[in-house]
Design a binder for this molecule. Structure first.
Ligand code: ATP
Length: 339
């Protein structure tokens, strides 16, 4: 397990990571480090890899201090955004790179390369040139290269950022499956909350150089640490609510307090709504009026005027602007801010 204690990192006089306490690789295998651009995620990952010095605090793996352990002796696999494959070498030579350095014989290395190419679903690619690969294939090769020497920890820095949207979602799931299959604890840096939820068992949210919350994705959404975190995780609206007698009441309907909200105390609270938290159904008797309606695939994304307040909602039947609708909150898509 990787343990960070009071870690601060500086560029010159400017501190960009402040007093971070963090544990990775305990009971959860894939941890996402999620935060907006410039908050210090890559800096922290680079420090863990040994590529950036820490100004204060300690980094330890299984209790052993890493301060004097150079990059190549940390036994961590690293994959960056653009893979950084060796362009002049074949796929097989790339994957074998760390094996020869560890003194593995040719035959054993060849077997390990084939095993890894199978794992990343590129069987038979060993003799291909790196330049012939698509972006997604190149990232799989980079992953195979990092995994080949059986690192004790994988560090992935925005491994999907250079790829197009559809490929990103597919590869996010594939990468998480691959590192889980190899049983390698993994940290994946991302600024995309959807990607974090797709890949990780546990998500740590970083803001301005500090980690503000760590929880499984669903828990993170249901009980965000604060309003900033709720918005960053995709809340489109944060409204007043009231908890009483096992129910949460909002201006848009009420829900029973379920397991995900069981720790919400009675009294006033702030409720985080996503664009799909409220379901709209045609209801001519309702006061709520559709202001905007945009078709999605199989559903309609709406803006609804409820007594002068506009909220997002989702409809699974065709709805037009001007229609009257009633709104129903979807319990598992409602969050309550912790502070
Ligand atoms: N080599 C460097 N020298 C000086 N400042 C740097 C250096 N690298 C990063 N920074 C600054 O440190 C802060 C954190 O940068 P970092 O790249 O760690 O953020 P990030 O959360 O990974 O952002 P992104 O998602 O955009 O990569 C930023 O303000 C950045 O400008």
């Amino acid at each position: 397990m990787l343990t960070l204690t009071d870690v601060s990192i500086r560029y010159g006089a400017r501190e960009v990571v402040h007093d971070v306490d963090w544990e990775v690789g305990g009971s959860s295998l894939v941890t996402a480090l999620l935060g907006p651009s410039g908050c210090g995620k890559s800096t922290l990952l680079r420090a863990i890899a040994g590529l950036e010095p820490v100004a204060a605090g300690t980094l330890a793996y299984d209790g052993a201090d890493l301060a004097r352990v150079p990059v190549h002796r940390r036994d961590f696999g690293v994959v960056f955004q653009d893979g950084q494959l060796f362009a002049g070498r074949s796929v097989g030579q790339n994957v074998a790179y760390g094996l020869a350095r560890r003194g593995m014989g040719r035959r054993a290395a060849r077997e390990r390369v084939d095993e890894l190419l199978d794992l990343v679903q590129l069987p038979g690619f060993a003799d291909r040139r790196v330049g012939e690969l698509s972006g997604g294939q190149a990232q799989r090769v980079a992953l195979a290269r990092a995994l080949a020497p059986r690192p004790r920890l994988m560090l992935l820095d925005e491994p999907l950022a250079a790829l197009d949207r559809r490929l990103r979602d597919d590869l996010a799931v594939a990468i998480a499956d691959i590192v889980r299959a190899s049983r390698t604890p993994t940290v994946v840096v991302t600024h995309d909350h959807g990607e974090a939820a797709l890949m990780a068992d546990v998500v740590s949210v970083m803001r301005e150089g500090t980690i503000v919350d760590t929880a499984p994705p669903q828990r993170l959404w249901r009980r965000p640490a604060d309003e900033w975190t709720a918005s960053f995780l995709g809340a489109s609206d944060i409204v007043d609510g009231e908890v009483s007698g096992g129910r949460l009441t909002t201006g848009f309907g009420d829900i029973a307090i379920d397991d995900g909200l069981s720790d919400v105390p009675a009294g006033p609270c702030r409720v985080a709504l996503r664009p799909d938290s409220l379901r709209a159904d045609p209801d001519p008797g309702s006061e709520a009026t559709v202001v905007r309606a945009a078709p999605l695939i199989g559903s309609w994304r709406l803006v609804v005027d409820v007594a002068g307040r506009w909220v997002d909602a989702i409809a699974d039947r065709p709805v037009r602007e001007g229609d009257r609708v009633s709104l129903t909150p979807m319990p598992e898509r409602i969050g309550v801010v912790r502070a």
